[in-house]
Design a protein. Sequence first.
Length: 158
Amino acid sequence: MTNFMTALQYRRAATQQASVVGLVIALLDTLIGDLSRAADAMDKNDISTRCDQLIHGFKVLTQLESMLNMDNGGEAAVNLHRFYTHVRGQMLAAQFKLDPSILRTQTRIVLEVREAWQQVDSAPVQALHTATSMMSVTPAIMPQMSDVEVRASFSCSG
């Protein structure tokens, strides 16, 4: 078994038992990795890797947005939706300008948000209940964008 497959199995096991907040943290970790790898690929002029990582990052953002409970999440859900929209826009700007510094800035910002979620995950039960009220997640029925949908909305070239 390869290291990649082992890591994938570990991640699946961890997310199957994770809380909603834990799932958000795992998705933010994934997004941070995608942004970082895309920036590194830009530095190396590795078009294929850059495109793959950005497309995956867009999928992660879509997943995060699909977890928001806009009906009951109040201002926090609205702000998270704005944040995800901002990150998506910056990813597009980085792609069009071929500017890895934009992606690195977003990586730092997403990391700050991830750290805030980590604090929520470590907080007392009442704080967890408040945080999960702005999220609406049922892992078995989370919508998935197909590769065709993502590629249709994002063009990747040198």
